[in-house]
Design a protein. Sequence first.
Length: 273
Amino acid sequence: MAIYAVGDVQGCHAELAQLLDQIAFDPAQDRLWLVGDLVNRGPDSLEVLRLVKSLGDSAITVLGNHDLHLLAVAAGVAELHHSDTLDEILGAPDRDELLDWLRNQRLLHAQDGYVLVHAGLLPQWSVAQAASLAREVEAALRADDYATFLARMYGNAPHHWDDSLSGYKRLRVIVNAFTRMRICTKEGGMEFRFKGEVEHIPAGYQPWFDIPKRASREATVIFGHWSALGLKIMPNIIALDTGCLWGGPMSALRLSDRQLYQVSCRNPVAKHW
C-alpha cells in the first residue's frame, strides 16, 4: 500500500484525474491524503467532489477554508464572492449528498508520525492537543445546528490561542489556525492578510512551522494553503500547494520514499487577491 499526499485541488478536476493516472492510483490498495480546498476558484469543483467522494475510504481529505466557505454559503449564512465558482455544486441534483459528505470530513488527520492539515498548527499545540481541538470543530459541523457554527466561524479575533477560550470564539481560533494561518508571532499571534512570499513576511512574524520549539515539531506536518510558499519538503514539514489554480503544477508526494509527481495546469485562473 502506498500513501500519496496531494496539494490544493480547488476545482481542478482534469489535473487531479491526470495525477491519479500518473501515480496509477489503486483505490483497493493505495491511499490518497488531500490537504483540503477541494473546491472553488477552479472550473470543475462539482466533479472534484464527486471524484473524491467516490474513492470512499481510500481517500482522506481535511477541510480547507474554501470547503468551509462552500458549506456556509449552502447553509445560507454566507454570501458568494465574485471570484467563487460554486454555483454548479449549489445547483447540482446530488448537492445535498455531496455537502453532507463534505460536512463530515475531518479538520485534521494524524497517523504514523504524520499530521495532515490544510494550513498549519499553532506553535503551542502538540499533535495530541491539535487532534483533540479538531474533534471539537468536527462535532460542531456534524451537529443539527451546524449552520449556527458556520455563521459564527468568520472573523479574525481572537487571533491567538488561550486554553480558557470557550464557545464560538474558541472554535473560531481553531478553525483559523487549521484553515487560514500562514504566519504568526513566536507566541502564536496569527496574521491573516499576508499571502505572499517568505522574504516579504512582516516584521515580528514567521512562518508557523519556523517558530522555535513548536510543540508539533516531532511530527511531519503535511499542508497546503500557501501557494506563494510553493513546494517545500523538509524532514518535518511537507508543503504541497504548488498553485495549480494559478498556472503552477498539481503535486502529489508518495510518503514512503518522498517521490514527487506533478502535472501541469491546463487553464490557469487570474488571481483575485
